[in-house]
Design a protein around this ligand. Structure first.
Ligand SMILES: *[C@@H]1O[C@H](CO)[C@@H](O)[C@H](O)[C@H]1NC(C)=O
Ligand SMILES: *[C@@H]1O[C@H](CO)[C@@H](O)[C@H](O)[C@H]1NC(C)=O
Ligand SMILES: *[C@@H]1O[C@H](CO)[C@@H](O)[C@H](O)[C@H]1NC(C)=O
Length: 946
């Protein structure tokens, strides 16, 4: 009843449950009051920096007064690592610093207490492996500094005051502690409780001075009332270990902007936080999140890139605790003036960042570029890339909270066939379970799940079901009884199983940091434990921040205890990662390691790309949310997580027809393409609006499927090289300053530029086409040429968003659209070739069995396609690999072809020399080569003849 009233009073929401639990008392106010309160309440659930004692302490550090000094006499080194003691003259605490040279223009700086009272947490499983080291070429010591050279780079450690300058090819690109904001709160014993001054006493009693003046003034944490315990709303954090924050500042001379540190619903280029809260990284289930905000969202990837016309660099802050990041931009004139003085005395533009974490150690990787794609690769060399997905995962996904029952699922799937729309995956949200007990089915709504699944797979489709990490505390539920008996739950501070509130009501949470617990969790996915599923069922891990409706900030209290005795405080941002680690391995096992897993996760951290795709959570059916999906996915893509999408249509609220159309047109160009919506929204399958919408969305879905060979090739290249599948314009046009702040466009690979329509009722949009006139961009429908001017106004109709293919590129497509990707596997390819001004074009194509891991045994084809003069050819790039494909080449479109072509012939080993038909269309300047019909596994050349 309360829920109903609550929902009626505002946008009904899934996450209203959160607020419901936390704020029953506020409901009355909601109902009486206006909607202005709604956002206020949501925001109130989450801390500002001011409400977090460690953030206050770190942010208060004054620039230019660092107490840290290197003790030069302690410097030692070997072939890869320099070690030295670092001393804090304010506290007398000694730290050990290690600087290690890593492969591919990367350094690692690690600082920990030399003799901590107890161990400090070091992050696990974000790195894909122990990073590979590189050789230090030389070390030079002087009074003032120590210079460590490795390859084209060097690190210069200043002794007093302490800072570290990183040079890429003799140019200073990153300076750590240049502003002197470093803070490393040592572990300490709790001071004896002092007598509380009386609340209402007239005079405060002066505290007795310590008898002996300490040699060191301290770091100020002891006198912070929030250092040893802290309250937020009705929640108490007992903080038994006291203050243990760490912080460090980074300046980036020559950089115009910084990017990264997802997840935030904000612009791709990070904004100055000079007069607002820092960006926050603390995985949270934020109900109805707001845009243009540095507030936390579901995920945290602490990698940041600095980019300027000349150089790109980055830092990876390897820490899983709550983290805040202040940004100073070039626009902050005074501040920048002072950074300039600290760093180099030059007047270059520069940006600075200040990372502040609640606990852990300072462990930071410097990615020295020098180009954007180099820095992105350097990050993925540390944290890994996404394994190639099965092709179905790149198709279209249809989801809703919830498809009611098995008939509903069947009818929706059938309707896609009826309306001639491709669709690969049906999804089931929490209502499929028996009372939100995961790994079970509601037998009333889904009496025959296996038959339902077979009905889907008989059409080449799959099913994805949700599995959340909270476990219903129900004595009749075997997962709960096992977890209780075997001690698998996260413990509260008193050592009992922690209990929170989530979908099932009273819930506990598996301690997924414990390898033994992950092992148990994996067995839950076995076919005999998760009955009613088959190998064609894949998994959605949601609510894994973790979401706890009655917890502080809707998550777990920081003083609950995990495996190894670590507090939740230390590990929070990696909880969701741990769930996907277990789920991934479980899916591997249940297919006997033969099928590539597919997992979607909401919470994510550095390294999540190795296990799961990510979506941007519970967005809204609003134009600005559609627009935000582009910079949000771009930010994730450059932070290692290419497999990103946003709920098409918006999760909360009902999109109108126009928004729905535009969302499908844009969503077709994000790697993960799924429609999803809230339980109380109207049905919105693509045919539920009107005929025109049905037709336009059909076109959008079909367009997506026609580009699957490109998507698939890009995912393979990402897996191998770490290149993001989606890229900001500046990734390929690093000197074009106009592109540094563009949020409305993205590149798919390096060949396709997409500029969706993000506003209602518009008849044209502004497009920035990079390349400074040296590159042309061709409308993918009309093949009309653009790019002589960098900014143009392009007319749009409801039927179309601007999408361009670059001159000099070759894009593989499949033009016979069928009901699912599986059905298209053996279909022939079409190549779209756009010759540049020199008559050249290149592209790649990757082909394999689309489902298994056989490609890792060399069962694949990786082709280099190129046009040079009159010759178009396909060459096998990885000669050691081979794959017998049934697909052949069906057609080639050559835009801007050589003049006067009358015919062509194809030469290949198996076919010999074959005459081909060509047709030139002077209106769009496209030469079509028909039916080459050569198998894609062969090398071939098509010679165009005058
Ligand atoms: C160099 O020193 C570091 C840090 O002390 C150590 O971890 C590493 O194993 C050493 N490497 C070699 C080659 O001795
Ligand atoms: C499976 O498909 C058949 C044939 O269309 C249908 O009769 C049956 O009800 C379907 N079963 C389920 C569980 O959806
Ligand atoms: C094109 O191919 C033909 C036949 O293989 C060859 O003779 C010619 O040199 C090639 N032209 C170019 C520009 O590579």
């Amino acid at each position: 009843m309360l829920t109903w009233l609550y929902n009626k009073g505002r946008i009904s929401s899934r996450r209203s449950e959160n607020s419901k639990m936390a704020s029953y008392t506020l409901i009355g106010i909601f109902l009486l009051c206006c909607t202005v309160l709604v956002t206020a309440v949501s925001r109130d659930n989450f801390k500002s920096c001011d409400q977090s004692s460690f953030c206050r302490r770190c942010r208060k550090v004054e620039p230019g007064k660092t107490p840290y000094e290197l003790l030069s006499s302690t410097v030692s080194y070997n072939q890869t690592t320099l070690s030295a003691d670092l001393f804090n003259k304010d506290t007398g605490i000694v730290y050990i610093l290690k600087l290690t040279a890593l492969r591919d223009n990367t350094f690692r700086l690690h600082i920990n207490e030399k003799a901590p009272l107890h161990a400090r947490y070091e992050v696990e499983l974000a790195l894909q492996a122990e990073p590979q080291v590189s050789k230090i070429d030389s070390i030079e010591k002087s009074e003032e500094s120590i210079t460590v050279k490795s390859g084209p780079n060097k690190a210069v450690l200043s002794v007093k005051p302490f800072k570290v300058d990183l040079y890429s090819q003799d140019e200073l690109v990153i300076s750590a502690n240049a502003r002197g904001l470093m803070r490393f709160e040592h572990i300490r014993t709790k001071p004896e409780p002092k007598q509380e001054p009386e609340q209402d006493g007239a005079e405060k009693v002066e505290e007795p001075k310590p008898e002996v003046e300490s040699e060191h003034p301290g770091d100020g944490a002891d006198s912070d009332p929030g250092a040893w315990e802290e309250n937020f709303k009705s929640h108490h954090d007992s903080k038994p270990l006291g203050p243990e924050a760490i912080a460090l500042d980074f300046s980036f001379p020559g950089a115009e902007n910084v990017y990264g540190i997802p997840e935030h619903a904000d612009s791709l280029a990070l904004k100055s936080t000079k007069s607002k809260d820092p960006y926050r990284l603390y995985n949270l289930d934020v109900f109805e999140y707001e845009l243009n905000e540095g507030m936390s969202l579901y995920g945290a990837v602490p990698v940041l890139y600095a980019h300027g016309k000349e150089k790109t660099s980055g830092i990876f802050w390897h820490n899983a605790a709550e983290t805040w990041v202040d940004i100073l931009s070039t626009a902050d004139n005074n501040v920048v003036e002072s950074i300039v003085n600290f760093v180099s005395g030059s007047k270059k533009p520069q940006v600075a960042a200040h990372f502040m974490s609640e606990s852990g150690v300072i462990d930071v990787f410097f990615l020295l570029g020098p180009k954007p794609l180099d820095a992105f690769r350097q990050y993925t060399l540390l944290t890994g890339t996404a394994p190639l997905p099965q092709t179905f995962a790149l198709g279209y996904h249809q989801s809703r909270w919830n498809y009611n029952d098995q008939d509903d699922v069947q009818q929706i799937a059938d309707s896609f066939d009826r309306y001639d729309m491709p669709m690969d995956v049906m999804w089931l949200d929490i209502e499929y379970t028996d009372g939100k007990k995961y790994f079970t089915w509601d037998a009333r709504k889904f009496p025959n799940p296996v038959e339902m699944i077979h009905n889907l797979t008989s059409k080449g489709r799959k099913l994805v079901v949700i599995i959340d990490p909270h476990i219903k505390r129900d004595d009749g539920y075997n997962v709960h009884t096992d977890a209780t008996n075997m001690g698998l739950y996260v413990k509260n501070k008193d050592g009992k199983d922690y209990e929170g509130w989530c979908w099932p009501g009273s819930s506990s949470y598996l301690d997924l940091f414990d390898p033994k617990v992950r092992e148990y969790y994996m067995t839950r996915y076995d076919f005999n434990n998760f009955q009613g599923t088959t190998k064609d069922v894949y998994i959605w891990n949601d609510m894994n921040e973790p979401s706890v409706f009655n917890g502080p900030e809707i998550t777990m209290p920081k003083d609950v205890i995990h495996y190894g005795g670590w507090e939740h405080r230390d590990v929070h941002n990696a909880y969701g990662l741990m769930q996907t680690v277990a789920t991934y391995e479980a899916l591997m096992r249940r297919s006997e390691r033969s099928l590539r897993p597919f997992i979607l996760t909401r919470s994510h951290f550095a390294g999540s790309q190795r296990y799961a795709a990510v979506w941007t959570g519970d967005n809204m059916a609003e134009w600005d949310h559609l627009k935000a999906s582009f910079p949000m996915c771009l930010s994730l893509a450059i932070s290692g997580i290419s497999f990103c999408g946003a709920d098409v249509g918006g999760f909360f609220k009902n999109p109108d027809a126009e928004l729905f159309v535009r969302w499908n047109q844009a969503g077709a160009w994000l790697p993960f393409f799924r429609q999803h919506s809230h339980i109380e929204t109207k049905r919105r399958e693509p045919w539920t609006f009107n005929d025109e919408v049905t037709q336009i969305v059909r076109e959008a879905l079909r367009l997506r499927y026609s580009y699957l060979p490109l998507w698939y090739t890009l995912f393979r290249e990402h897996e191998v090289n770490g290149t993001p599948v989606l890229r900001p314009i500046w990734a390929h046009y690093p000197t074009e300053v106009e592109a540094f702040g563009i949020d409305e466009e993205l590149l798919v690979g390096d060949s396709i530029l997409v500029r969706p329509v993000f506003e209602p009722g518009v008849t044209d949009v502004t497009v920035y086409l990079p390349g400074e006139g040296k590159v042309s961009w061709y409308d993918i429908d009309t093949m009309q040429q653009h790019g002589q001017q960098s900014t143009l106004t392009v007319p749009v109709t409801l039927h179309k968003i601007p999408v361009y293919q670059r001159s000099g590129s070759i894009v593989p497509r499949k033009m016979r659209i069928r009901r699912s990707t599986v059905a298209m596997k053996n279909d022939p390819y079409t190549l779209v070739v756009i010759a540049d001004n020199n008559g050249k074009a290149t592209g790649t194509l990757y082909i394999d069995d689309e489902v298994s891991f056989e490609y890792r045994n060399g069962k694949y084809l990786y082709l280099r396609l190129s046009l040079v003069g009159n010759n178009l050819s396909s060459k096998i790039l990885d000669k050691v690999a081979s794959y017998e494909t049934k697909s052949c080449l069906e057609r080639v479109d050559i835009v801007n072809p050589p003049k006067g072509i009358k015919s062509a012939h194809l030469t290949s080993k198996n076919l010999g020399k074959v005459a081909l038909e060509t047709k030139y269309n002077p209106h769009n300047n496209v030469l079509v080569v028909r039916k080459p019909s050569v198998n894609m596994g062969e090398e071939w050349t098509i010679e165009l003849l005058n």
